[in-house]
Design a protein around this ligand. Structure first.
Ligand code: URA
Length: 210
């Protein structure tokens, strides 16, 4: 069975995304909004996280109460724009570990080329949440998940801010078992692999490099 695409339509997420899309949104505002949206998206992405009961004492009596084991979660940031999601996600799941995948898009072929890969140990015990704000061609997402699967995590989810139909199709064809969480599904890609209407280059807008 193919895993679902979760379109996160919460008004707070949609409102903030509209602010981010606008070309006159400053680098600082873009970064702050990305942090806020990632906290809100973390709420959806972690909705069915495994929980365990622990023994606690309230001021009145002992009880068993549920906790999540944040240490079992690994946020996998696809560099460099994935880093924009990290602070917000970590605010909500502070015990999570972090992995990094470094990929760049060959500007001519749009194929993803890996230059960095570092994950925590014991991946087979962890639930991986892959972060990349833009699911455009899907080539980077597929390459990152291909590589991540070699470490045999317990589960994999993919989170983006914007998805192009082409990227959704490519990722789902290659990895039908990976659920996708996105705040928007945009119209199409242009000839340079940018999402339309999109928000431009997420890395440049986050880090002020253009
Ligand atoms: N990466 C970006 O940052 N923006 C796009 O529109 C597509 C890929």
């Amino acid at each position: 069975m193919t895993a679902p695409i979760h379109h996160i339509t919460h008004p707070l997420v949609q409102h903030k995304l509209t602010l981010m899309r606008q070309k006159d949104c400053s680098t600082n505002s873009f970064r702050l909004l990305m942090g806020e949206i990632s906290m809100l998206m973390a709420y959806e992405v972690t909705r069915d996280m495994p929980m365990q009961l622990i023994d606690i004492e309230t001021p009145l009596e002992a009880m068993k109460s549920p906790v999540i084991d944040g240490k079992k979660t690994v946020f996998v940031s696809i560099m460099r724009a994935g880093g924009g999601f990290l602070d917000g996600m970590l605010t909500v799941v502070p015990g999570a570990r972090i992995g990094h995948v470094g990929l760049y898009r060959d500007p001519k072929t749009l194929v993803a080329v890996e230059y960095y890969f570092k994950m925590p140990s014991d991946m087979h015990e962890r639930d991986a949440i892959v972060l990349d704000p833009m699911l455009a061609t899907g080539n980077s997402a597929v390459a990152a998940v291909d590589r991540l699967k070699e470490t045999k995590p317990r589960s994999i989810r993919f989170v983006c801010l914007l998805a192009a139909p082409e990227g959704l199709k490519t990722l789902r064809q290659a990895h039908p078992d990976v659920p996708i969480y996105t705040a928007a599904i945009d119209r199409e890609l242009n000839d340079h692999g940018y999402i339309l209407p999109g928000l431009g280059d997420a890395g440049d807008r986050l880090f002020g490099t253009k």
